[in-house]
Design a protein around this ligand. Structure first.
Ligand code: G1P
Length: 294
């Protein structure tokens, strides 16, 4: 029987150099999209997908993330004494969200290395990985879409998206063949090969890996085995390529819109679109944007 995926790992030890100086003293995962830190979008997606435990892999200077998901006694006390019930509910809902534990990545040696740091907390069970830079807006949470495939095949599943040739070298890229699934919807692929950040000319396809993975615990052995790859780092993509020797891996072209919030342009787009969708802000913000007469 397929074992239930109960845990989600959030690598969050990166240096956030693309957002300096904002990230000099603040983790990039805490940058707000409208009024919620990036990582909270991912944590909510995990929760809405049925995951019960969050493991955040942090590094130096990331205590703001721990404080964010912790109870803030002083703040709650202050809001209570001022009868700010709505704000109190918002603050409490963050610490009540889900069970969070932390693993430490002392050096930023790559995504695969970060996932390996979570091994003791994950144990010998399937788990998911969410990269909080990738914000995905969809009716069914992206991770839930992958879990549906996992529950059918009991095999690792990666989120895939078609990207234009000029940006393919920023991603892990797969060579994959379509698989008929659920009445032939054309979203499922069986992976034949994976390459981390290939040159456009060498990319095996236009299908990029996006930051959602359902993994089986044998990935840890693969990650321990592989040498450093692209950028001199231990890459999760290389670990998956190693794992492919011993088991099938699937890719799923998820439904939904993905924003690359790890990039300034993508972050701004997400900010504008999420603000426009908000009931309390959208109408006024739209009026403002129109008034700019661009
Ligand atoms: C990471 C992965 C890459 C994947 C990407 C998705 O790269 O290594 O395979 O395509 O996330 O966002 P990063 O963006 O951290 O360089």
């Amino acid at each position: 029987m397929t074992r239930k995926v109960r845990k989600a790992v959030f690598p969050a030890a990166g240096l956030g150099t693309r957002f300096l100086p904002a990230t000099k003293s603040m983790p990039k995962e805490m940058l707000p999209l409208v009024d919620k830190p990036l990582i909270q979008y991912g944590v909510e997606e995990a929760k809405h997908s049925g995951v019960q435990n969050i493991i955040i892999v942090t590094g130096r200077g990331k205590t703001a993330i721990e404080d964010h998901f912790d109870v803030s006694f002083e703040l709650e006390h202050l809001l209570e004494s001022r009868h700010k019930k709505d704000l109190l509910a918002i603050v409490r809902s963050v610490s009540d969200l889900i069970d969070v534990s932390y693993a430490r990545q002392k050096e930023a040696l790559g995504l695969g290395h970060a996932v390996l740091r979570a091994q003791a907390l994950v144990g010998d069970e399937p788990f998911s990985v969410i990269l909080s830079d990738d914000i995905i807006d969809s009716d069914t949470p992206c991770l839930r879409q992958l879990l549906d495939v996992y529950e059918f095949y009991s095999a690792p599943v990666l989120a895939l998206m078609e990207v234009p040739k000029e940006s393919i070298s920023a991603y892990g890229v797969v060579d994959a063949e379509p698989v008929a699934h659920n009445g032939g919807r054309d979203r499922l692929y069986r992976i034949r090969n994976l390459v981390e950040k290939p040159k456009a000319a060498d990319a095996p396809s236009n299908l990029a890996i996006i930051g959602r993975y359902v993994l089986t615990p044998d990935i840890f052995t693969s990650l321990e085995t592989i040498p450093p790859g692209s950028g001199g780092e231990i890459q999760l993509t290389d670990g998956l390529k190693h794992l492919l020797r011993s088991r099938p891996i699937y890719g799923y072209k998820f439904e939904g819109k993905r924003y690359d919030a790890g990039d300034k342009q993508g972050f701004l787009q997400a900010t504008v679109e999420f603000a426009l969708k908000r009931h309390d802000l959208g109408a006024n913000f739209l009026q403002y944007l129109k008034s700019l007469k661009l």
